[in-house]
Design a protein around this ligand. Structure first.
Ligand code: ADP
Ligand code: MG
Length: 896
């Protein structure tokens, strides 16, 4: 019978595995918005999103409401890694009747305790109303918390039943009571439960602690969850501490098969039968009772205390957890067991003593094992949701059972390791979690609030309002008009260059073409075949050495000819004369489709003798020098035009080209009658806006932040391409870097440690913005990226960096949208339409690869130009295909 009893109290490993699985399922249910209310494991958000980092500083007041006591505590932190906090505390006994009286009386009493405590402990200067004294409130009851300092009491427990409190915000109630005491400098800034305090205390000594377990009268656990999984809270970035409230695990029957008859008896005799099933197996409030019921049964079965009077066992509560712990902690011999049982009035035999000891060991061992299974569920859940193959984490532990049972830690450690082998948990004992921990929560909350204010202030100039964007749109429209007009063209910041491309493709274009692409990331030569079946092409990339880019014009164009001839040789095109389209992505004053004067070099080119010259002639002259006669240059075009044309081949509505890559630019089909710089009023012509220079006349200066100005100053063309410098890939990373440097200076990043690595120009590339902003990217991955840059970012640093990247890329997309809104609205007005449907052909790696840029751009455009229905089509190889199509369209128009 004894063996049977012991067996029923032993849970096999495979059953523990199943239980761990159930616990994880319940955790997910508790976190999900849909299932939260039915979940047994409540998973309550605590709004605590950070653990201490050691920079916390100042005086913090803590008030803890305990069973029949109020504890007040004053903690002074020195910003020294929390190594030596100074603490003073006082405990007040609650007067009779307050726990069941009026709520107001309870909170008044708490406030009086605070007043008295402060009067005794603080000198008049710390108490001066100049300095605010933040207060953390430890309130161990079930609350619906909606902010760190906002928590509505759901129900009283632990013998409390004060009227008028359920459904109210207890933070507010305490603050009002404190204000009545004229302690106007005391602010209640945080409310928390005791488990969270444990986690925070263990975080104090420089090691972040992200899980805490309290194995006491009741049992509970909390941990840092990825915030986006905590659906009940609106927070999506970073992590948030979740209070599991796992005591009710099993209330839906999942634990029924491991319950023994002793557990059932304990439950029946409790004040809340059927509830808190897990807690009743593991909480120290119940262990003595479980043992008592086991002894009653075994006595009845004559397996214990035969022939003696054991009636004393019938008395509820005679056998306390303290007794149980004393019995099992004396491993050698049974003399202590005998003494304890005799004190209780039993007359145990030698054999009784060892059997009672076995039962006690089984009950407490089971409690430890079940704690371990619960802990394993949390650890595995953390590893899974953080997408980590192995998780190393510190676990703060506290409570009567943990400190009272010598083998508890060993069991907790070994069993959780068996059940969650992928997790390495280090158990840290916590002392006085609720007191010191609450001070830490309060300190962290304050640090974060101050940091938030500073961050908001710093990023505010980057956040554009709708009015700002409307203004940019209007200014762009104004500059467009100025660029189109013959009189004002010369002084307009948006040049609005005619391209002599008067038609977009209609799909009937046919033939083989050569294409050149100069001015993008690579120089390429291509052969493009446009046929019934569509467009096919072959290409070759050629390097242009820096010496040639910055040498003479002759040298550059000779080199280009060498590449063309090499390509023709390789492609067996030496004998044919194919029409050639030349994508030349530098600003040009075009005077014909095949005649374009270079206005200025950009992108690192500076070959002499080219500015002011016709680029097509320069190429033709080089062909002559090389005695190459089979070159027929029909068109020179900008890459925006190529992009529009290549998309126009697939979509007849495509009449706008947009580039957002290294730089940014746009083109669109304008009515000839509006193009003051070209003769003729019939039809349309594609206008290369060169909008990157928008603002070079100062009209955008008010939008430039300190960071933008610093970035502009360090470019090779300060004051030029102002619009582009707010938008394109060449600059966004640098803007972010400038912000990060200022944040580091202001000690908002890297815990105020200087970060010399950030001083390196271009270390923060625009492609990092893309990776960092990826949706749902685990912050661990962000840290890995930053590590590669030798930036030792903490978890919070990563969250902050992501916010900076988002602010910079959002602004870029919005400004781009404002420019585009001006374009589509002008086209709509040009055509006298109420509603315009148009497609934008887009190219550029920033647009294509950034996870939010295109979305943000389109959303803003819809908002700014509601009467235009704009689609976006990604261009594939716009420069190559587009050049061939411009040539083809030109040939098509030439031969009717
Ligand atoms: P170009 O404009 O020179 O023709 P691209 O369109 O390929 O060339 O753009 C290159 C620019 O795109 C680079 O300067 C870089 O800043 C940016 N970039 C590269 N990779 C990414 C990425 N993954 N996300 C966002 N921007 C990127
Ligand atoms: Mg390009």
């Amino acid at each position: 019978q004894i063996q049977r009893a012991l067996r029923s109290l032993t849970i096999p490993l495979d059953r523990l595995h199943i239980m761990k699985g159930h616990m994880m399922q319940d955790m997910c249910r508790g976190l999900s918005r849909q299932t939260h209310t039915q979940a047994k494991v409540r998973m309550l958000p605590t709004y605590i999103c950070s653990t201490p980092n050691g920079t916390e500083k100042g005086n913090f007041l803590v008030v803890e409401l305990c069973q029949s006591q109020v504890r007040t505590l004053l903690v002074t932190l020195y910003g020294d890694g929390n190594m030596s906090p100074q603490m003073m505390y006082k405990i007040f006994d609650m007067p009779e009747g307050i726990m069941q009286g009026e709520g107001e009386a309870l909170f008044d009493f708490i406030a009086q305790c605070v007043t008295q405590f402060l009067a005794e402990t603080t000198s008049s200067d710390t108490c001066s109303s100049e300095e605010r004294l933040p207060l953390g409130f430890v309130f161990p009851f079930t609350c619906r918390q909606t902010q760190l300092d906002k928590a509505e009491l759901l129900s009283w427990s632990k013998g409390f039943s004060c009227s008028g409190v359920v459904g109210k915000d207890v933070v507010q109630l305490l603050q009002s009571a404190i204000n009545k005491q004229e302690l106007c400098h005391v602010d209640v800034v945080a409310l928390m439960n005791d488990t969270v305090g444990t986690m925070m205390t263990c975080s104090m000594e420089g090691r972040p602690c992200e899980v805490a377990m309290v194995a006491d009268k009741g049992s509970n656990c909390c941990f840092m969850a990825e915030a986006y999984l905590v659906e009940m809270a609106e927070e999506t970035s970073g992590r948030m501490c979740v209070n599991t409230e796992w005591g009710c695990f099993g209330d839906d029957g999942t634990l029924d098969d491991i319950l023994t008859p002793y557990d059932e008896s304990v439950d029946e005799e409790s004040s809340n039968p059927g509830e808190k099933r897990f807690e009743k197996l593991v909480g120290s409030l119940y262990l003595g009772e479980i043992v008592r019921h086991a002894l009653i049964r075994l006595t009845a079965e004559k397996a214990l205390f035969t022939g003696t009077d054991a009636a004393i066992l019938k008395e509820k509560g005679v056998f306390t957890t303290q007794h149980v712990l004393e019995i099992i902690n004396h491993e050698d011999g049974t003399s202590d067991v005998k003494r304890i049982l005799e004190v209780l009035g039993l007359q145990p035999s030698e054999r009784d003593c060892s059997r009672v000891q076995q039962i006690c060991r089984a009950v407490v061992g089971r409690a430890a094992t079940l704690h371990a299974a619960g802990l394993a569920a949390i650890l595995s859940y953390m590893a899974q949701t953080r997408e980590m193959e192995t998780l190393t984490v510190n676990v703060g532990v506290e409570g009567e059972l943990y400190t009272g049972y010598t083998r508890f830690e060993e069991i907790l450690h070994s069993v959780s390791r068996l059940l969650a082998p992928e997790c390495m948990a280090t158990l840290l004992p916590s002392r006085d979690g609720s007191g010191r921990g609450a001070a830490m929560v309060t300190a962290v909350a304050l640090r974060l609030a101050a940091q938030r204010r500073e961050v908001n202030e710093l990023l505010a100039p980057l956040r554009l309002t709708r009015a700002d964007l409307e203004q940019v749109q209007a200014l762009m429209r104004q500059e467009m008009e100025r660029g189109l007009s013959k009189q004002t063209n010369a002084t307009a910041s948006v040049r609005m260059l005619p391209t002599y491309v008067c038609h977009t493709p209609d799909g009937t274009e046919r033939g083989d073409f050569l294409a050149l692409d100069l001015g993008g990331t690579n120089f390429r030569v291509l052969v493009v075949r446009v046929s019934e079946e569509g467009i096919s092409m072959a290409s070759e990339i050629y390097v242009i050495p820096a010496a040639i880019m910055q040498g003479t014009g002759e040298g550059l164009f000779d080199h280009i000819m060498d590449c063309i001839m090499d390509f023709q040789m390789k492609q067996n095109l030496m004998t044919q004369t194919l029409p050639l389209g030349f994508t030349f992505s530098f600003p040009c004053q075009q005077v014909g489709l095949d005649k374009a004067l270079l206005l200025t070099w950009t992108k690192g080119f500076s070959a002499s003798g080219c500015v002011g010259q016709d680029v097509v002639s320069l190429l033709r002259e080089a062909a002559e020098r090389k005695q190459h006669t089979g070159l027929q240059v029909v068109a020179l075009l900008n890459d925006t035009v190529g992009t529009m044309m290549s998309c126009g081949y697939d979509d007849l509505q495509c009449e706008i080209g947009l580039i957002v890559g290294t730089g940014t630019n746009a083109c669109y089909m304008e009515e000839m009658r509006n193009v003051g710089t070209v003769e003729g009023n019939q039809g349309r012509m594609c206008i290369n806006m060169e909008w990157g220079a928008f603002g070079d006349n100062g009209c955008l200066d008010h939008l430039f932040t300190h960071f933008d100005r610093v970035v502009d100053d360090t470019t090779i063309n300060p004051g030029k391409q102002r619009f582009e410098k707010l938008i394109s890939g060449m600059y966004l990373g640098e803007i972010v870097r400038q912000i990060l440097m200022v944040m580091t200076e202001k000690q908002l990043l890297f815990q105020g440690r200087p970060c010399p690595k950030l001083q390196t120009r271009n270390i923060f590339q625009t492609k990092f913005l893309s990776t960092i902003e990826l949706n749902g990217l685990a912050l661990r991955q962000i840290r890995a990226i930053l590590k590669e840059l030798e930036l030792d970012a903490s978890f919070e640093d990563s969250v902050l960096m992501r916010e900076v990247c988002q602010a910079v890329s959002l602004r870029a997309a919005q400004l781009c949208a404002a420019g585009l809104a001006a374009v589509v609205e002008k086209m709509r007005e040009n055509r006298g339409l109420d509603q315009l449907s148009v497609t934008v052909g887009v190219d550029g790696t920033l647009y294509k690869l950034h996870p939010r840029f295109s979305q943000n751009l389109q959303k803003t455009l819809k908002d700014l130009a509601p009467n235009c229905n704009v689609s976006f089509l990604l261009s594939e190889d716009g420069s190559g295909k587009g050049a061939a199509l411009v040539a083809a369209v030109a040939c098509r128009s030439a031969s009717p």
